[in-house]
Ligand binder design. Structure first.
Ligand SMILES: C[S@@+](CC[C@H](N)C(=O)[O-])C[C@H]1O[C@@H](n2cnc3c(N)ncnc32)[C@H](O)[C@@H]1O
Length: 448
């Protein structure tokens, strides 16, 4: 078993080859990582291959997962690796796991935030066979759901779909997509049970067996959903960029992708990515959290908004040894699809209240909390979100400087630096716990 230092050493030798014999200093730094990425990109371009560039050991599904341009020969290799990942993940969730308790780590069981009462009530209505096969890692219950059309990527047995189908009401709709046949079968089996339970005359939920990277093949049209959710699934994809791209495509303007997933504090090495159980347990395919910001922006979303995070401890000695010093969190982010018209500016926003379960206070993300009736200064992006999303009818918004009348009087918002790093968030929540493995690559925060 290689230690992290040995892995880094190996990586540095590899970078030496890729960069034509120049050693890249500061592998642990942002610059080192950029150089590494450049080298990696070069080695994956078609020219790189025709020039006989050294074969990169990471040239597998990971190059698609990392969203790099892939030349035609490399693309063939990547597609084969992606096929292997699909088959292994389907076996894992379709055959190996029968119920939650069969999971080998706690990666898929962490709850990022306590459930609000109305969500708890909806959860209690879910059929026990559906709940027994729930493998999510967070809470994917955004606010303001009435009449919404929601798509759940990797819906599994459908627990979140059924909770949401109660919350959107009879005029809303929820579609669940999952590639594993047996999971979709369980979900479909209980449609009538839930519709009767909720008192709906016709089903407001449907399930499709399909790939989240190819929603068009599953028959899902452009701009057809208000919300895309996902619970502990994107990490399992060999092509994260395609997932976000498809989510963006099917969202209406003003829509949002609200999802929970597992993130790493580093770009994981190939050894970790190749570990079948680690991938199946939602760890091996985890994105470095910073890469989420990169891919989301490239796809067209506004920068991700961090909603919640909790540390994943694994609770499995053998797998803890296999991951070494790398750390993982389960985190919930929201990505908004807001047309960029350049008119956004700093604003004063007042939450009018009226969102079920959030009547007195609405927490948009970790940086913005709105108390009903209070004036809060919001930056351009937040103003654009509040003005152009389903939240628009719940807020009064004026450009900064114009007078706003609030029943609570004027309470200026603090222009503090925004928290974006889910690892920082978990550290803040557990102030007395020292950082794990402080001497390791990522414990030292050098590459985080
Ligand atoms: C960790 S489970 C989570 C399931 C569900 N979201 C839940 O909370 O119970 C991952 C699910 O994602 C599905 N999945 C993984 N990769 C997928 C892909 N590329 N397209 C569609 N579904 C996928 C698996 O079949 C599995 O049901």
């Amino acid at each position: 078993m290689m230690t992290t230092m040995q892995q880094l050493q190996k990586q540095r030798v590899h970078e030496y080859q890729l960069l034509g014999g120049r050693f890249v200093s500061g592998v642990k730094t942002e610059r080192g990582r950029r150089l590494r990425s450049k080298a990696f990109e070069a080695s994956h371009s078609s020219e790189g291959f025709s020039r006989g560039a050294p074969a990169d050991p990471r040239c597998s599904g990971a190059c698609v997962a990392r969203g790099f341009a892939v030349g035609s020969r490399a693309r063939g290799v990547a597609l084969m690796a992606a096929e292997r990942i699909y088959t292994e993940v389907q076996d894992y969730y379709g055959k190996e796991l029968k119920k939650k308790e069969d999971l080998k780590t706690n990666a898929c069981c962490t709850v990022a935030r306590p459930l609000p009462t109305f969500a708890r009530e909806a959860l209690q209505c879910v059929h026990e066979e559906v709940s027994a096969k729930y493998y999510g890692c967070g809470l994917v219950i955004p606010e303001c759901l009435e009449d919404c059309w929601i798509l759940d990527l990797g819906c599994g047995s459908g627990r979140d779909c059924y909770m949401l189908s109660k919350m959107v009401g009879e005029n809303g709709h929820v579609t669940g997509v999952d590639m594993t046949e047996s999971q979709v079968e369980v979900a479909k089996k209980h449609i009538d049970y839930h519709m009767n339970k909720f008192g709906y005359r016709k089903p407001n939920v449907n399930f499709i067996q399909g790939y989240m990277e190819k929603l068009g093949e599953a028959g899902l049209k452009d701009e057809s959903y208000n919300l895309v959710i996902s619970n502990c699934v994107v990490n399992l994809s060999p092509d994260k960029r395609a997932v976000l791209h498809e989510a963006y495509r099917v969202l209406k303007a003003g829509g949002e992708m609200y999802f929970s997933d597992v993130y790493a504090n580093c770009d994981l090495p190939q050894e970790t990515r190749n570990h079948k159980v680690l991938w199946g347990e939602c760890l091996g395919g985890a994105l470095w959290w910073k890469d989420l910001y990169k891919i989301a922006e490239e796809v067209g979303f506004l920068p991700p908004r961090l909603v919640a995070a909790s540390r994943i401890t694994l609770a499995n000695k053998e797998l803890e040894n296999a991951v070494g010093d790398f750390q993982f969190v389960s985190a919930t982010f929201r990505l908004f699809k807001i047309p960029k018209d350049g008119s956004a500016q700093w604003c004063e926003a007042i939450y009018k209240g009226g969102i079920a379960g959030h009547e007195k206070e609405l927490e948009l993300d970790i940086n913005y909390r709105f108390k009903q009736g209070e004036v809060v200064d919001v930056d351009e992006e937040t103003a654009a979100i509040l003005q152009n999303s389903r939240f628009s009818r719940k807020f009064l918004i004026h450009p900064v400087g114009q007078k706003v009348s609030s029943p609570e009087g004027y309470i200026p918002g603090k222009q503090k630096e925004k928290l974006r790093d889910p690892f920082k968030l978990v550290e803040q929540m557990e102030p007395n716990v020292p950082a794990q493995n402080p001497s390791g690559c990522c414990g030292a925060k050098a590459c985080c």
